[in-house]
Design a protein around this ligand. Structure first.
Ligand code: FMN
Length: 266
């Protein structure tokens, strides 16, 4: 059976699937015709499921899924720009965390939302690692510091670690990392988009976050860290975020930022 099925008796010829499909899978010869799949269309389909989400009469199925598998948006909730703007402006890099752990269910809720983060060609290459619990995060921070010991110019960070501070994960009780296999195209972009989306969701859940750039850098270079994380040789971390309950930093104002440099071409 073909991956894409169209029920011609249900199709109302609205053409929505033709408009929505990014891969030009659907066609019809005239507005009176029901939709059909173009030759080579099945092979081109990227399984984004836009067609089954947009079809108003459940006439299409892809990979055995149809409109009945698509949840409705929450009725009456269309986020206002002011709300999104507030989220964008209130998200801050938090570098002090309380001892309150991040619940597994909170991380699961965050990661579940990432199923809808966009990826190039809908290839969905992003895989996730969760290091949850302060003890494990400290162990990982120690490995990053061990790797730093082989470098120059990071003596201050090593000294801070030895004094009992945590310049790598800032005392966070949870770190979430996004990785892909080496053959993934757009790997860093896909992982970063997903992680930044997760960052905003975490902010909306009143969790503090901060990108973990030192860790990402070390993980991309050091085999020991990757072994500890259980990654395969061909897998690479591209994005990572500390997550925790804010421990002392409570912003009431937005830090000023310079005007953007924008070139308009009109
Ligand atoms: C890719 C990336 C890596 C970062 N790595 C770190 C890090 O390792 N440690 C840290 O304290 N902050 C890190 N940051 C946070 C930035 O310093 C922070 O985003 C910037 O100062 C602006 O502050 P804001 O996030 O509160 O707007 C990183 C940010 C990005 C985008």
């Amino acid at each position: 059976m073909s991956k894409i099925q169209i029920d011609k008796f249900k199709c109302i010829r609205c053409g929505q699937c033709i408009l929505a499909c990014p891969s030009r899978v659907y066609t019809r010869n005239s507005p009176l015709d029901s939709t059909s799949v173009v030759s080579g269309g099945v092979e081109r389909c990227i399984s984004c499921n836009h067609c089954i989400a947009i079809c108003p009469v459940n006439a299409i199925s892809v990979n055995g899924l149809d409109s009945s598998d698509c949840d409705l948006f929450l009725a009456g909730i269309y986020p206002r720009l002011e709300h999104i703007m507030t989220l964008v402006q209130m998200r801050r890099s938090i570098r002090n965390y309380s001892d309150v752990p991040v619940e597994r269910s909170q991380v699961e809720q965050l990661l579940n939302a990432m199923r809808w983060a966009p990826t190039a060609k809908n290839r969905l290459p992003v895989k996730w690692l969760v290091i949850n619990g302060r003890e494990k995060v400290v162990e990982l921070g120690g490995l990053v510091i061990d790797w730093f010991r082989r470098l120059k110019g990071v003596e201050e960070m090593i000294a801070a670690w030895e004094e009992g501070r945590d310049p790598i994960f800032r005392g966070a009780p949870c770190v979430v990392a996004a990785y892909t296999t080496a053959d993934a195209t757009w790997a860093a972009v896909d992982c970063s988009i997903a992680m930044q989306t997760l960052d905003y969701c975490a902010t909306a859940m009143r969790l503090g976050t901060c990108w973990a750039g030192y860790f990402i850098h070390a993980a991309q270079k050091d085999k020991e860290i990757n072994n500890w994380l259980g990654l395969e040789r061909n897998e690479e971390i591209h994005a990572a975020l500390m997550i925790g309950n804010t421990g002392g930093e409570f912003y009431q104002k937005i830090p000023p930022r310079p005007e953007l440099k924008i070139k308009w071409i009109t």
